[in-house]
Design a protein around this ligand. Structure first.
Ligand SMILES: O=C(O)COP(=O)(O)O
Ligand SMILES: [Mg+2]
Length: 231
């Protein structure tokens, strides 16, 4: 873990979804490859698709077609995205798994009275389905998907909307994520941010500019306890 001296024990915590609470890349890869196969295009690897996740499904589809050597026009992209939504909903929890410590961290923080929310670039419908499937929705006072706001992360919109629903000011809150979009969104919302190692980021965790880096969510409650004791 890196230095967390600037952080304080938060009243509310917002979590990113893909690469932070869940490992969804295998299902996203299967869905993308089904979409590509429908156009006679070869499949992408899990590693390729992982590198395309983080800026919303529209960007993912755009990047997938570009990587297949067939970049789409605006109209083509819209059509491909319309096709992608039901394909992904069919795959949504086939291969997706909670990341280590996700259920435990949410349970412990919930019991400790911390208000919890999710701010993700994944569409709202898919986000809710996944959180319900894993039994996490009941712990969350706010669930904000990428299509619930005008601007996705790295803009602060989804974080600010989630905090409004939780009745918490940014300075009393904390963002927990896996990628540069999470760090930039948190900075734009004026919130501290913790990065969990091992998510979907091309930039090494230490270089993302977070206040603290944890090896996994298993470390998060202890890291926060450390902050409480230091306060
Ligand atoms: O849908 C995406 O691109 C990524 O979603 P995330 O914001 O939960 O990482
Ligand atoms: Mg993420």
């Amino acid at each position: 873990m890196s230095d967390g001296a600037m952080l304080q024990m938060p009243k509310a915590i917002l979590f990113d979804l893909d690469g932070t609470l869940i490992d969804s890349a295998p299902d996203i890869t299967a869905a993308v490859n089904e979409l590509l196969a429908g156009r006679g295009l070869p499949p992408l690897s899990l590693a390729q698709v992982k590198s395309m996740i983080g800026n919303g499904v529209e960007k993912l589809v755009e990047r997938a077609f570009a990587a297949s050597g067939t970049p789409l026009s605006n109209g083509g992209l819209e059509e491909a995205n319309r096709e992608m939504a039901p394909i992904y909903l069919r795959h949504i929890t086939r291969l997706t798994r909670l990341l280590p410590g996700a259920a435990e961290a949410l349970a412990q923080l919930h019991v400790a009275g911390v208000r919890l929310g999710v701010a993700t670039n994944k569409p709202q419908l898919a986000t809710r389905e996944i959180l319900l499937h894993f039994g996490l929705a009941e712990r969350l006072g706010a669930i904000v998907g990428g299509d619930a706001v005008t601007r996705k992360k790295p803009a602060p919109d989804s974080l600010l909307l989630a905090l409004e629903r939780l009745g918490t000011e940014p300075r009393d809150a904390l963002m927990v994520g896996d990628s540069i979009a999470d760090v930039e969104a948190a900075r734009a919302a004026d919130m501290p941010v913790i990065i969990i190692r091992g998510g979907y980021t091309k930039v090494p965790a230490e270089q993302l500019g977070a206040d603290l880096v944890c090896d996994s969510l298993l470390d998060l409650p202890a890291a926060l306890d450390g902050l409480r004791n230091a306060a």
